[in-house]
Design a protein around this ligand. Structure first.
Ligand code: SAH
Length: 261
């Protein structure tokens, strides 16, 4: 089954925007419905919403959780919709020692912390591809980081008061992905030891970055820190996801998409 190549009247290709869970998309699909109307294409048990939002032609979808789900979804965005680039928004566990709940991490590079084909290949290296760290697109990531900085400058004080968090900060660096929800002090410490420069841990980013690398599609990933990957993580994650994640996504994506027009 094939879907039409998506392009607006000027021939500009669509931007792929995705998250794992609905709360992480905020009001993006509703905003698209109000702005341009939405055409929904269903492929591989996922709904792809096509339209214009904050002035930018987009296809918006949910990857669901884990590396396989993320790889399958981004592959469909590339094949069926011929996206010009991919942006992922969501939450993550903080790993870096100065990364706090409510902070934002824009990935410079991503890797799979649970990939280990040693001794055949070095630990963490993707076999036969010969890559360990996938570099996010510099210009797209810079645009995303600008949107985050603007969001924090304009809404940070209100956010911190409303959600009883510290003033949010924007970090750039390594994001690590694996098929585990990391939720113990021992597990997060083991990750810090193995990968001292890791800032945040999640379950999709490196899979998206790998598929984008293989197809030569620019990608950028932003994560709001919902927990610190320790024993409090399940509660902190659930509260953050329900009450806060959408506010961050709305604030970041609206600024990012408007700036692209
Ligand atoms: N569907 C379930 C489980 C979500 S798993 C639920 O809604 O409760 C957690 C999601 O948040 C993943 O998509 C992952 O990318 C991110 N995440 C947040 N904190 C994480 C952590 N400590 N470890 C791994 N992933 C985390």
């Amino acid at each position: 089954m094939s879907a039409p190549v998506e392009a607006d009247v000027t021939g500009r290709r669509v931007l792929g925007v995705l998250a794992a869970l609905p709360q992480e998309l905020g009001d993006l699909v509703e905003a698209m419905r109000a702005e341009s109307g939405v055409r929904t294409v269903t492929l591989g048990r996922r709904d792809y919403h096509v339209g214009t939002v904050h002035g930018t032609p987009c296809v918006v979808t949910l990857a669901r959780v884990g590396k396989v789900a993320a790889a399958a979804t981004v592959s469909a965005l590339i094949h069926a919709f011929e996206v010009e680039a991919v942006v992922f928004t969501g939450v993550a566990g903080g790993v870096g020692r100065d990364v706090r709940i409510g902070d934002i991490v824009v990935a410079d590079a991503l890797m799979q912390h649970d990939l280990d084909a040693s001794p055949l290949f070095p630990r963490f290296e993707v076999p036969l591809l010969g890559v360990t760290r996938f570099v996010a697109d510099q210009s797209l990531s810079a645009q995303l980081a600008d949107a985050c900085a603007c969001f924090v400058a304009e809404e940070g004080v209100t956010l911190a008061a409303r959600f009883a968090t510290a003033m949010p900060r924007v970090h750039r660096g390594l994001v690590i992905s694996g098929d585990q929800f990391v939720a113990s002090a021992a597990a997060v410490e083991a990750l810090r030891e193995a990968l001292p420069d890791a800032l945040a841990v999640e379950m999709e980013g490196a899979a998206i970055a790998q598929v984008c690398y293989e197809y030569g599609v620019p990608c950028a990933i932003v994560r709001t820190v919902s927990d610190t990957a320790d024993a409090h993580a399940p509660t902190s994650f659930a509260t953050f996801l329900t009450d806060i994640a959408g506010t961050y996504s709305n604030g970041i994506l609206s600024r990012f998409l408007q700036a692209r027009v």
